[in-house]
Write a protein that binds this ligand. Structure first.
Ligand SMILES: CC(C)(COP(=O)(O)OP(=O)(O)OC[C@H]1O[C@@H](n2cnc3c(N)ncnc32)[C@H](O)[C@@H]1OP(=O)(O)O)[C@@H](O)C(=O)NCCC(=O)NCCS
Length: 172
């Protein structure tokens, strides 16, 4: 089990909003994590988004670039869109470096992304997941997500997507 500090983070890990200097490491993790990775430009488009967060190793040291540390352990991209006038949260992407999985980083990122969506007024959040992705499904179910529906052949390789939703009223 991962050691945690009082605010629930794994020890030695901080979470902050992504900046441009993070993007190459984010993109490398993306390519190592998904058969059909997002293009680099997709991450650039979310740079100002409050729900684009990175988990950073506290011992990474100062990169000498405005004091921003840059060893990225994982990231999450979540945004808030208006549907029928109501703000609706969407977790669009999440991944942790393959060597740093199982330490609580993914759960920390998801929790912080839900906080960001809540601050933007979202009352509900959704995401899509492959039914074959047992680790991700277990993570989402731990966080109280329920399967709403199946979208047939959602992914480029023909796999269905499970659409998960949860209300955002209480704590993550
Ligand atoms: C899904 C992912 C982000 C989880 O990140 P992580 O840092 O390894 O997850 P955590 O250590 O925070 O684990 C949180 C929970 O997730 C679930 N989980 C994580 N890894 C798991 C595994 N290998 N098998 C089953 N459940 C797993 C568990 O419920 C776990 O809670 P527990 O530790 O109390 O059992 C990570 O596996 C990953 O990057 N996968 C590749 C990218 C991906 O599939 N993203 C999701 C797209 S929908």
């Amino acid at each position: 089990m991962a050691v945690t500090v009082p605010d629930g983070r794994p020890a030695g890990v901080s979470v902050r909003q992504a900046v441009r200097a993070d993007l190459f490491e984010v993109y490398r993790i993306e390519k190592d994590s998904f058969p059909q990775p997002w293009p680099f430009s997709a991450f650039e488009r979310f740079l100002e988004e409050p729900g684009f967060l990175v988990a950073i190793a506290d011992d990474a040291g100062d990169a000498g670039d405005g004091g921003i540390q840059r060893t990225v352990l994982g990231y999450v991209v979540a945004d808030c869109v208006r549907t029928h006038g109501q703000p609706f949260g969407h977790v669009k992407d999440i991944a942790v470096h393959p060597r740093r999985r199982g330490e609580g980083v993914g759960a920390t990122l998801l929790s912080r992304a839900l906080d960001a969506l809540r601050r933007q007024g979202a009352a509900t959040v959704k995401l899509e997941v492959r039914p074959s992705n047992e680790a991700a499904r277990a993570l989402y179910e731990d966080f109280g997500f329920d399967r709403l529906r199946v979208v047939p052949s959602y992914y480029d390789d023909g796999e269905d997507a499970h659409v998960y939703v949860r209300p955002l009223g209480g704590e993550a």
